[in-house]
Design a protein around this ligand. Structure first.
Ligand SMILES: *Cc1c(COP(=O)(O)O)cnc(C)c1O
Length: 373
């Protein structure tokens, strides 16, 4: 697709992990105001919940439910962590990046019994170490990140999910930056709670997160929430009873998401979106390699959602300047968050295509020349 001029007036392309560049039609969906009790709007919310189950390839008949929660992705994760884990339960958090650490912080704030298992940011969690920890006993819940956006590493879900099942732990997966573009088999991976948000691979705008989970476990959350607004069970009950959010719904974000879901289906679903993002990632990788930029992760661990690049060794390189010069040219990249290496990140997701990657690469080449590194 060629970007039309009217679509791009004054707009910058976002190569970030979200918010992302969205299509003109997704943005246009927001040009209407809806009252929260408007029947058309209530139907849209219901459609979104059904479509999400379909997208996850699970059904109500198989015992799955969806809950939409106001706020960004973190709110959705916190709603699960603070609602699903009881006072006598114990959580194991498997960590290899800042988003895993964020879950551990939530557990601490809510005084949830928990233990963290830390792995290097460029390593997959070691299943033997996870098993050894679970064998110590007492664990009821296990949480981990699928696509750790800190680096772009995609963590294998299936082996950890099987360990969770073997040790009778509820498996909580933050699939924020993967759901919609990386195939996930919830049943095979034994996922009990999966969390993602409106503004990542489904290419909606920010405003809410969603949880796809087992109904029996959701019912067990009743009365367990540690906050009023993030009570996952109460939110579900509200949506089930009258199709309403308990508090002001992000109406514009929801109608945009409804449109984004239709566009995802039109593109060919998760497989087709995965193929486009993979191509974006490949183009970027080859172009950046030609300019001597080095990826932080070894190739087999680098996912196609977001790519992490090490700072060039040249003293002429300065990230702030690099960022601003790209920004001046209409391209937004993302700073790094690694504990052990200086890096920056380039997202491959959103309504961006091979031609956009080409344009970004040309801008990077120009900036590189001007900065002289
Ligand atoms: C984006 C993201 C989140 C949520 O971050 P918000 O800033 O709250 O949207 C959580 N986990 C992962 C892995 C993410 O990529």
């Amino acid at each position: 697709m060629k970007r039309g001029t009217e679509e791009m007036v004054g707009e910058k392309l976002l190569f970030t992990p979200g918010p992302l560049t969205t299509s003109l039609t997704v943005k246009q969906a927001m040009l209407k105001d809806y009252g929260s009790r408007d029947l058309h709007f209530v139907k849209i919310v219901q459609d979104i919940r059904n479509d999400l189950l379909k997208l996850a390839d699970v059904s109500k008949e198989e015992g799955y439910e969806t809950v939409l929660m106001q706020g960004s992705g973190t709110f959705g994760v916190e709603s699960v962590i603070s609602s699903a884990i009881g006072p006598d339960d114990k959580l194991l958090v498997v960590i290899n990046g800042v988003y895993g650490e964020r879950i551990a912080k939530m557990a601490a704030i809510h005084h949830i019994k928990s233990h963290t298992l830390m792995f290097e940011e460029n390593e997959w969690p070691d299943t033997t170490a996870v098993r050894d920890e679970l064998m110590k006993g007492g664990y009821t819940h296990l949480a981990m990140i699928h696509s750790e956006t800190t680096t772009g590493i995609i963590n294998p879900l299936e082996p950890i999910g099987h360990l969770a099942e073997e040790y009778h732990c509820t498996f909580i997966v933050d699939a924020m930056s993967s759901f919609g573009a990386v195939p996930i088999d919830l049943k095979k991976c034994k996922i009990d709670f999966l969390i993602s948000s409106s503004n990542k691979c489904i290419e909606g705008v920010p405003g809410f997160s969603f949880v796809i989970c087992k109904k029996d476990l959701l019912q067990k959350c009743e009365g367990q929430a540690r906050t009023l607004s993030l009570d996952l069970y109460a939110q579900w009950k509200g949506l089930e009873n009258d199709g309403q959010f308990r508090f002001t719904p992000p109406t514009h974000s929801l109608v945009a998401f409804h449109q984004a879901l239709a566009e995802l289906e039109k593109e060919g679903g998760i497989e087709a979106r995965a193929a486009r993002y993979r191509k974006n990632h490949e183009f970027l990788k080859l172009g950046m390699r030609d300019m001597s930029f080095k990826l932080y992760l070894p190739e087999e661990k680098q996912g196609y959602i977001i790519s992490t690049y090490l700072y060039p060794a040249s003293p002429r390189f300065n990230f702030k300047t690099f960022y601003e010069m790209l920004n001046d040219r209409g391209f937004i990249i993302y700073p790094g968050k690694l504990t052990k290496a200086n890096c920056f990140r380039i997202g491959n997701i959103g309504h961006i295509f091979g031609g956009d990657i080409d344009e970004l690469l040309m801008a990077v080449a120009e900036v590189k020349r001007e900065m002289g590194f």
